[in-house]
Design a protein around this ligand. Sequence first.
Ligand SMILES: Cc1ncc(COP(=O)(O)O)c(C=O)c1O
Length: 404
Amino acid sequence: MNPASPHRATAATVRISAKAGLFTESVIREMTRLALQYNAINLSQGFPDFPAPAEIKRAAQEAIAADINQYAITWGAKSLRNAIAEKFQCWQGITVDPEREITVCCGSTEAMMSSMMAIINPGDEVVVFEPFYENYGPDAILSGATPRFVKLYPPDWTFDPAELAAAFGPATKAIILNTPNNPTGKVFERAELESIRDLCVRWNAYAITDEIYEHMLYDGAKHISMATLGGMRERTITINALSKTYSVTGWRVGWAIAAPEVTSAIRKVHDFLTVGAAAPLQEAGALALKFPDSYYETLASEYLARRDRLLGILADAGFHCFKPHGAYYIMTDISSFGFPDDIAFAKYLVKEIGIAAVPGSSFYQNPADGCTHLRFTFCKTEKTFQAAAERLAKFKPGRAAGSK
Ligand SMILES: Cc1ncc(COP(=O)(O)O)c(C=O)c1O
């Protein structure tokens, strides 16, 4: 091709934005690609390899057949918003107005992005617990916020209240909270949420809470929505999605619940970003949110069994595991294996052993802070666990690290 052709971008013509230059592609999704390339078992990205519930698949098919195929109302089909409000009332005891306080988005990913773009001004800071779900870094950059990271310390992933207090100040616009937490499996307790609440109230900050793992709870852990705490109803943006609870990560249906003035801003951003989430899938979502309690009990008990299965497999292979009490990930400590860092180890595992996991550094601002961690997901079938166990049986840590 002629290098001068206008169709070919050369070094001189490529002029990407400063913001886009500030972050890399998702490491988690890159691991999924490597898993495909090396035919590895994918224990990296959090999507189930088992079927979604038959009822909601049928509801989606019926919605398409009934020609619910055009744009839904931009901020969400009425049936889905009503179902979201009913479920929030039923599980968290909070009454929300589906006409003024809910915005349905393309997954919780877009709900988070639209929410941040709706409240952030240049110079605003957001407090983020670290390790963090990797999207929050680019979310902050794209919305123009400056992140202030506060460490969660293993083994229980607790934070130092003094460090949290020091991260808040006059420039703080919000804290991003993810409970139950990815990647640590921590479920924030009431006393912790109260100390966060006190800081939000003191500094007039929002809490943006990502609650997409709300039903994956183990060992008696309880999920408490930040919005239920005194003083937080008006200053919380609660984010959730169909993705994890109903095993439909590819549907891209999520939502943000917030006070009416905040919702108006979120709806405007959302409208111009994506117009709306898939209309027929919103109808199926409305049905899913009405599932009986037994659905959620079964979901949690099946995930508990999967958690224990993967904990056993990893322990047998010599991993030091931090037992999660929520969500569907296991953080491990890999320092005893003798690899230079988490990336080298993750690459070795995917290429030589055939297991894909996520390097811990992708959950930290400073990669060095996560270089002794690797994250595995357990939203998988017994067949996958069996294959993973067989492959990991080939893993001889001392020899592997020494030979690389
Ligand atoms: C904490 C957290 N938030 C959001 C998402 C993405 O959710 P969605 O598929 O609804 O955009 C994930 C996916 O792994 C996640 O772990």
